[in-house]
Design a protein around this ligand. Structure first.
Ligand code: ADP
Length: 460
């Protein structure tokens, strides 16, 4: 007799939605997490604290614009208070998670410790030097991801997003000059928020576009709208970082030859990589390129072992992990028969820069590579009443449809309210709505969502 029906390795977004659902359905469930708390890296040092700081920056940005219009006086930011706000939000959410756990059924427990697999049904948990073995009918591997540190001399002199956003953030004071290595979404978000607070920011990106891997037109549009005071150097490959009397010296190469930049702090933001529990391959689970391979139901090659969230590398976003967790739980409730599937195209992504930029589904570059024809329609925020009210008219809503059916396949929003607007566009993609249906919906006036219907009406 196995002790548990399900064990999750990790208690983040890939784990706990399934754990709660299964426990409610009467399964006996254990979540094992080294942190001993719910919510994983998102709350510990990722999405929630970074957005807490970002929203203060966005407010400050708007008020600075208002001051420039003569609507108010000049403003000062207390970074100590910004951090205090971030920490308050984290603490509140941890308290709420504790209450959720306390109120959950007796069927569910959270065990603090590091989990490894001993065999396809046995997990060993190490807690403070002691080890215990747990067995389960089903295992969900949801061990998440970690910050990648490039193997360059002087990487140890640098900070990462953890230093900015962890509960006890080590970066207490804003640097005067910041170099950011990497123009992915984390690098750009930090660039945007700290530049707003007055930090002089330079971003060094090895490839020839910001947001490497994302649609180049989308990336180019965002690049054109970022504050020109943020210096972004593309094709800049960082070779080393050294400490000098003048600060940290970042040496990099470009097609024009070697160059250096000097800063008070250097932030490494070159990406994240999956974290695998020990014993995964040895237990017979297929791992390729550092990720457990999964089918659309998130099952590994062993149908009772699932891999959800960042660990499988399909889309490293908290809300994607939640959807994957629930997808897995459906099949678990169905005796490990694949009964639901995860569609990465229905997951929106937002880059919380200023302005923000968001996309979902099939975009032109990937469609072209796959030979899929698209028709597109766009709505510029220069025409938008809310954008005019907000005095922030840069950017657009752009929708991509299948040519015959006019079924919505993807879209992006760059500019005001992008993170919210992409929800409506994503829901429409997931529901298979067409331009005809979008055109007939009464999007609210005077809100930026009006642009979705207006954009669709250009095609019908
Ligand atoms: P996801 O959103 O994919 O669930 P997170 O990073 O939010 O990813 O959550 C993963 C959690 O798993 C983190 O809290 C991490 O500390 C924890 N974790 C990673 N490896 C192990 C392990 N071997 N044993 C227990 N917990 C782990």
């Amino acid at each position: 007799m196995r002790e548990f029906d399900t064990i999750t390795i990790g208690a983040g977004g890939g784990a706990y939605p399934a754990a709660f659902r299964l426990a409610r359905a009467g399964h006996k469930v254990a979540m094992v997490d080294v942190k001993g708390v719910l919510s994983g890296n998102c709350l510990a040092e990722g999405c929630v604290p970074s957005k807490a700081v970002r929203e203060v920056a966005a407010t400050y940005h708007r008020m600075t614009r208002a001051a420039a219009m003569g609507l108010s006086g000049a403003l000062e930011v207390s970074y100590e208070q910004v951090l205090a706000h971030k920490t308050r939000v984290q603490t509140l959410r941890y308290q709420q998670h504790d209450l959720e756990l306390a109120a959950s059924s007796e069927q569910l427990q959270l065990i603090k410790g590091r989990a490894s697999l001993l065999d396809p049904h046995t997990v060993e948990v190490h807690t403070d030097g002691a080890a215990r073995r747990l067995t389960a009918a089903t295992i969900i591997v949801a061990s998440g991801s970690d910050i990648s540190i490039p193997p360059i001399p002087g990487a140890d002199l640098c900070i990462t997003s953890r230093d900015l956003f962890a509960l006890d953030a080590t970066l207490k004071d804003l640097p005067r000059r910041l170099v950011i290595v990497g123009a992915g979404y984390i690098g750009l978000e930090v660039a945007s928020m700290l530049h707003t607070f007055g930090v002089s920011v330079e971003v060094l990106e090895m490839t020839d576009q910001i947001l490497p891997g994302m649609d180049p037109r989308f990336a180019q549009l965002l690049a054109s709208l970022l504050d020109p005071g943020i210096v972004i150097r593309l094709g800049a490959r960082v070779a080393r970082i050294d400490r000098s009397a003048a600060g940290l010296v970042v040496s990099y190469s470009t097609t024009d030859g070697p160059a250096t930049s000097t800063a008070d702090q250097v932030l490494l933001a070159v990406g994240r990589h999956p974290v695998l529990p020990d014993g995964l391959s040895e237990a017979g689970i297929t791992v390729a390129s550092g990720r457990p391979l999964v089918n659309p139901a998130l099952q590994t090659n062993l149908p009772h072992v699932y891999a959800t969230g960042d660990v499988n590398g399909l889309s490293m976003l908290f809300h994607s992990a939640v959807r994957q967790s629930l997808t897995a739980s459906t099949s678990i409730l169905n005796g490990n028969h694949a009964s639901d599937s995860f569609d990465p195209d229905a997951v929106p992504t937002t880059i919380f820069t200023m302005p923000e930029a968001a996309y979902v589904g099939l975009l032109p570059a990937r469609a072209a590579a796959a030979g899929v024809p698209l028709v597109e329609s766009a709505y510029s925020f220069t025409e938008d009443s809310r954008a005019q009210i907000m005095d922030d008219t840069g950017g657009e809503i752009r929708l991509f449809f299948a040519p015959q059916s006019l079924r919505l396949l993807g879209g992006w929003v760059v500019g005001i309210d992008a993170a919210n607007l992409i929800g409506e566009i994503g829901t429409s993609v997931a529901a298979g709505l067409t331009a005809h249906q979008l055109a007939r919906f009464s999007d609210q006036h005077p809100m930026a969502s009006e642009g979705i219907g207006k954009s669709a009406r250009q095609l019908v």
